[in-house]
Structures are given as C-alpha cells and as structure tokens.
Write a protein that binds this ligand. Structure first.
Ligand code: KG4
Ligand code: ZN
Length: 352
C-alpha cells in the first residue's frame, strides 16, 4: 500500500509549523516564527504568539503544499499538536486542523508535542532511501532528552506509537528559558541561547562553580531524572550583582561558559543515568537547545565513554516544526490507530 500523505500543524509555542510527509519521507517543512515579536519582552508572550499563529497559518499551509507539490485534496490525513504547550497558541492550530479535516472530509490525528519531537528522528529527506550520514535505522527502546525554550524532559521510548514514558522534567524553568534569562542578566539580546554559546567560546567553563540543580544525593532519590534551573539562575544573578556592587567588571565570557557548563553537565549526566538505569544504550536528542555546541560535544563524548549511541536529527527537525507532527501521525496510521474524534481540545499539560 502507498504510504499516507499527511499534513501536520504545530502551534504549541512561537513557531507556526506546517509539515507534509509521505510515510517517513519528508516532503516539506515550513516554519514561520513570531520570535522577533517576543524579543522586546525577553520571552514568548502567549497572546502575541496566538495572534501570530492566526496570521501565519494560511500562508504557511499554502507554502508547504507548494513545496511538497501536492494539493489539499491529495492528503490522506491531517495531524495537529493538541498539547502540551501554550493554551491559546494550541487552540489556533487545533481549530484550523478541525476546520480543514471537516471541510476536506479527512481523518484528523491529535498528537502529543513531545512524542512529535521523538518522531522527528524517523524522517528521511526525499530521495534519501539509504542515508549515508546515518545508516543505522531508528531502534527502540531509546532514552530521549528534549530541551527547548518550553520544555526540558527525559523520556523512555519503548515504542513510538504506544509506549512512551516520562521519566522526568523540569520543576521550574526550561533549559532554553534559563539561557534566555541569563543572557538578559548579561546584557545579551533575545533569544539568549545562541548569544551565550558565542560569548562562552572564549570563556573558562571552570571559572565559576555554579550549582548543578537536583544533583545532590538527597535530591537524587526523589528527582533522579528531574531538572531545576531556577537555583542556577539565582546563583548567576547574585554572582553578577556582587561583582557590579564591588565596582568590578563582569567577565561575561567566563560567566557564560561556566553557566553553560552547569546546564550541559546536568542534562548529560541525567540523560546517561537514565540510559544506564534502564539498560538502554541509545540516546535521542531533540529541541532547540540541541543547537548548543557544548551540549552536543559533551553528550557525544560522555555517551561514547558509556557505550551509548547518540542520535541528533537535523536542527530544522529539532526545533518545533509541523513535519514531526505529521510523521508521528503517519506512524500512528501505520500502526492501525483510528483517527481522533472531533471532541478533543487543546490541553496545555497533555501527558505523553
Ligand atoms: O525549540 P525551540 O526553537 O523553540 C521553543 O522552545 O519555542 O527552542 C528555542 C530555545 C530558546 O530558549 C533559545 O534560547 C534556545 O532554544 N537555544 C539555545 C541555542 N539556540 C537556541 N540554547 C542554548 N544554546 C544554543 N545554541
Ligand atoms: Zn518543542
């Protein structure tokens, strides 16, 4: 049978993502971001994001169809992120997806955003049946570490369509959010991740011993796979304030490098602990923070020592996008899952 042609809609945060796949083949991946509009607030403003989705959706759908060379009538199914994410932003995508599904009389699949990030890994570019760069097919079980401006989660994936377990997540800020807040403290622009990465390049990661959240033995019992970045943020803010109060110059490169090292260390340590505890020699990385050079470097280095194989999808599929949502729906169709009924809504805290 021919693989299903699926259009995926992603609006859980500030990216309006429309992707089209045929089975595991990526046909188009269109992304419109409202990031610039949030820049002066130093973080994503939910209401602004929702309005931006409303304006960006139709052009993004048209662009994705044109890029894939298909029409709406060709589609076999529509997929949409129903959560977790910003409620108002999610609602725009869910509303659009329902309207499309009803108008076209096509099945509609409501999917989980985090599981979508995991599904990004199965996509192959068109005409790339045997990718040389990544010959090994996806294998499960795998541990997945998803880090972005909206989430920081550690998951155990035994089966993409039927068995994904949340091992732990952040108790406060997401890792990307922490990067954005520290950048602000250091006077660097939004989004802060790339700025900190750049500033850290010439700094000493061991200059300042910033705290590793939830890593003490006493925390590890109840929060072995959970993360916390608020204590780190406070520690950095206090360190910088003390320097300024003393009339000393703030060594931005060293602060950035030491902060980045603290985040990376805790992310990689906990991800590899999950691999070891569950006897799973595979780690999948996803989310916009994976753009961080030091994170990729440390993850690859320490995973190799631990005998864990690391998979990192292309960055365009790591950041929020519609293709991963379509890919997950295509897998659900392949596994025989019936379509969603139209009763579902947007669920900002949807569990995996
Ligand atoms: O997945 P993503 O594009 O979207 C949302 O979460 O909405 O992730 C964006 C986040 C931002 O917080 C940004 O500062 C962070 O990812 N980020 C980085 C880097 N590039 C982007 N964080 C650390 N290092 C980077 N190089
Ligand atoms: Zn995401």
């Amino acid at each position: 049978a021919r693989e299903p042609l699926v259009l995926g809609i992603e609006t859980s945060c500030d990216e309006t993502g429309i992707g089209i796949v045929r089975g595991r083949t990526l046909l188009s991946n269109t992304i419109a971001s409202s990031m610039d509009e949030h820049a002066r607030y130093g973080g994503v403003v939910p209401e602004v994001a929702a309005r931006a989705h409303l304006e960006a959706l139709q052009p993004a759908i048209d662009a994705a169809l044109a890029e894939a060379g298909v029409s709406l009538a060709d589609l076999d199914a529509i997929a949409v992120t129903s959560g977790p994410g910003l409620a108002g932003a999610l609602m725009v995508g869910v509303g659009a997806a329902k309207a499309l599904a009803v108008a076209l009389d096509k099945p509609l699949y409501a999917v989980n955003h985090l599981v979508g990030h995991i599904a990004a890994d199965i996509l192959r570019p068109i005409g790339d049946s045997a990718p040389e760069t990544d010959a090994a097919p996806v294998e499960y079980p795998t541990v997945a570490l998803l880090v972005s401006g909206g989430h920081t989660s550690l998951l155990l994936v035994r089966d993409l369509t039927s068995d994904v377990e949340m091992l732990g997540e952040t108790m406060d800020d997401a890792a990307g959010e922490a990067f954005d807040k520290i950048a602000r403290i250091l006077g660097l622009p939004y989004p802060g991740g790339p700025e900190i990465d750049r500033a850290a390049a010439s700094g000493d990661p061991r200059a300042i011993p910033f705290p590793r959240g939830l890593s003490r033995a006493s925390d590890m019992a109840a929060h072995r796979y959970d993360f916390s970045f608020s204590g780190l943020k406070t520690a950095v803010a206090r360190w910088v304030e003390q320097r300024e109060a003393a009339g000393e110059e703030v060594p931005v490169a060293d602060v950035a490098a030491s902060f980045r090292e603290a985040v990376v260390d805790v992310l990689v340590t906990k991800a590899l602990a999950a691999c070891r505890d569950h006897g799973v020699p595979r780690l999948l990385l996803g989310g916009g923070v994976i753009a961080n050079r030091r994170l990729r470097e440390v993850a690859l280095e320490r995973a190799a020592e631990a005998g864990v194989a690391v998979r990192i999808p292309p960055l365009s599929l790591c950041t929020d996008n519609g293709a991963m949502i379509a890919a997950l729906a295509a897998e659900l169709i392949r596994s025989g899952r019936p379509a969603s009924t139209l009763e579902f809504g947007a669920d900002s805290t949807l569990p995996v």
